[in-house]
Design a protein around this ligand. Structure first.
Ligand code: PRP
Length: 214
């Protein structure tokens, strides 16, 4: 039997995903050592490998088949636009992708004005403004602390993740429009889905059962 390889997004999501995988019988005790800097773990008995990658790279590993299966946020899946199958909503890390900014910017959105949009997610922002709203905007790519952009005058609005809303609130910004809801998803390589059909379908149905119980 060949190894089934999982790519998990490093951090809190990987930890929670492991807890779920444990419930369906996949174990990897070696991964629980908080001081370990190891990136890949093998369970010889169950013929599985689990590796930890940067979240934005997970869809790449899965598209190229370096991982059969990946677990990553829907924000990353949408932004990366890779060819893969999205098979399960794990319901972890629920949040929303929103257009946010100062209250006054709402009018600029309603009148379809040429505005600047700062974001870590240029593809999601482009798709929303160009294809859904048919509004021409200038997209400015940033790498973090996006909420700063409208405060310091870099852009009129931002496209960003809102979870509790406290970052927006504490910086005097509001949600102006909601783009979509987000949560962690399991994705599968398209060839693996055919070659390892039995194992992967069993994994999906076991996961569905565990998730319905939680
Ligand atoms: C994310 C996101 C928001 C914040 C939303 O940032 O970009 O800034 O969390 O969470 P909240 O609604 O609960 O306040 P992250 O912490 O990932 O850091 P970043 O600034 O580097 O993107």
């Amino acid at each position: 039997m060949r190894y089934l390889t999982f790519a998990l997004a490093k951090g809190r999501l990987a930890k929670k995903t492991l807890e779920i995988l444990e419930q369906i019988g996949f174990t990897c005790d070696e991964m629980k050592d908080p001081d370990s800097r190891k990136l890949i773990f093998v369970n010889e008995e169950q013929k599985i490998k689990i590796f930890l990658a940067k979240a934005t790279d997970v869809p790449t590993y899965v598209e190229y088949g370096a991982a059969d299966i990946g677990v990553v946020g829907r924000d990353t899946i949408l932004e990366e636009g890779r060819k893969l199958y999205e098979v399960i909503d794990l319901g972890l890390g629920k949040c929303r992708m929103c257009v946010a900014g100062p209250k006054e910017a709402k009018e600029l959105l309603q009148h379809g004005e040429l505005i600047r949009v700062a974001t870590k997610y240029p593809n999601i922002a482009k798709d929303y403004f160009y294809n859904k709203k048919h509004q021409t905007v200038e997209i400015i790519k940033l790498n973090g602390s996006i909420e700063l952009a409208p405060i310091v005058g870099l852009s009129e609005v931002i496209v960003d993740i809102v979870e509790t809303g406290s970052t927006l609130r504490e910086n005097g910004l509001d949600v102006l429009e909601e783009i979509c809801t987000l949560s962690a998803r399991m994705v599968v390589n398209q060839v693996s889905m055919k070659m390892e059909h039995e194992r992967i379908t069993k994994l999906i149905s076991d996961l569905r059962e565990v998730l319905s119980r939680n």
